[in-house]
Each structure stands twice: as C-alpha cells, then as structure tokens.
Design a binder for this molecule. Structure first.
Ligand SMILES: N[C@@H](CCC(=O)N[C@@H](CS)C(=O)NCC(=O)O)C(=O)O
Length: 214
C-alpha cells in the first residue's frame, strides 16, 4: 500500500519524504498549499487539528508531527532500507538524544531566521534584522557544539548515518541555500564535512530537486 503524505513544498514534509526514501517506502504526495490556507480547511483539520503539515495516512492509520512520523517508519521498517536507529540500545539512545537536540536547540533559531528571511514578505511583515542577528548568534553556539561532536565521530550519533542526521536536512538546506548563510556551515571544518556527506545522499538529492507542485 502506498503511503499518503499530505504536505506542502516546505521543510517538515521533506523530513518525512527523505525518511521514506531512505527506507524504500513508496509514497504519494497529496498537496496541501498552506499559502492558500488549505491546511485550515475543515476536511484537513480532521486529519491534523492544529492545521500544520505534514500528515501521513498509511492504510487506516493517520499520524502527524514530522519527527513522530520518521520515528514510526524507522521502527516499523527497521530491517528495510537504511538502518536509521543504530544497532544497539546505546546507539538508539544517542540517536534519540541528537533528534531532541535538533528539535529543541538547532531548529528554533533557524526556524525563526527562515521565517524572517524567506517568508516575511509573503506573510506581510518587514524582517527584523536584530532578531535575525540574535538567532544567528544562538545557532552559531549550537553549531560550535556540533563541531566538537563531529570532530570525534563522523555522524551525530556515532559512526553511522541515522535519523538524527536526516532530521537536519531540510532546514540546513534553507540555511546554506536561500538564506545565503552557507558560511555558518563552511567555516566549521567538521560540520562542513558532515553536511557535504549527508546532503549528497541520493535520497536527499532526489527530494531537494523535486519540483513538487510549484
Ligand atoms: N512540529 C511540526 C511543525 C510542522 C510545521 O511547522 N509545518 C509548517 C510547514 S514547514 C506548516 O505547515 N505551517 C503552517 C501552519 O502551521 O499553520 C512538525 O514537525 O510536523
């Protein structure tokens, strides 16, 4: 059965799509255009009552929150495609730790920067340069900790690619691309090598080049 991914051409749906690609799971993207308010449609709100994307439907099973979805598929198809949780319970613990770091330390300042730099005009407000600067400083401190970690292991959770690395792909792509802040990655030798490695995985190259429905 083909998994249905309801989402838009934004980062959180791509987090799910790249996970499905690593696991060789077929999916169909059902466009939900948030710029047209389709995520607030009563029919969509029955699937995701908070009105954000993505949501998956796998048969009669429905799940939202991108990180919950990727954890679900990494566990459900443990032995199919790339092993994304590591092999031991200790490795799993480290994958979970870095997934939490991504969600609570890395993503918040970067998310604010992305909204301010890329989406402010669409959303009808002027970017706040002080806020962007503040977020950049916060993110730089987080990346300094990544630099230290990645000087002793190839990937975040150890010497294996995992869900923790994967979860960083969509928003870091905004940072190095449309936000024009690639120097934040390139100026850190180990972070830069890590980014070159994970962003060149065939799964991510496929997702980031998708025209989706734009
Ligand atoms: N914690 C949620 C966040 C999802 C999220 O922020 N989605 C954005 C697109 S990247 C969205 O749908 N925004 C519209 C809205 O929430 O109203 C997840 O990881 O799934």
């Amino acid at each position: 059965m083909v998994v249905k991914v309801y989402g838009s051409d934004y980062a959180s749906a791509k987090r799910v799509m790249v996970c499905l690609a690593e696991k060789n799971i077929q999916y169909e993207l059902i466009p939900v255009d948030i710029t047209k308010g389709e995520n607030k449609d009563p029919v969509y709100l029955k699937l995701q009552p908070f009105g954000s994307t993505p949501v998956i439907q796998d048969g009669d099973y429905t799940l939202y929150e991108s990180r919950a979805i990727i954890r679900y598929y990494a566990e459900k198809y443990k032995s199919q495609g790339t092993e994304l949780f590591g092999k031991t319970i200790e490795e799993r613990g480290l994958v979970e730790q870095w997934l939490e770091v991504e969600a609570h330390n890395f993503q918040p300042p970067l998310y604010t920067m992305v909204i301010q730099i890329l989406f402010s005009s669409k959303m009808g407000f002027t970017p706040d340069q002080n806020l962007i600067q503040e977020c950049e400083e916060k993110l730089a401190k987080v990346l300094d900790i990544y630099e230290e970690r990645l000087s002793t292991s190839k990937y975040l959770a150890g010497d294996f690619f995992s869900l923790a690395d994967l979860s960083h792909l969509p928003f870091t792509q905004y940072l190095v691309g449309k936000c024009e802040k690639e120097y934040m990655i390139k100026n850190r030798k180990h972070v830069s090598a890590w980014w070159d490695d994970i962003s060149n995985r065939p799964s991510w190259k496929k997702i980031r080049e998708l025209p989706l429905y734009k």
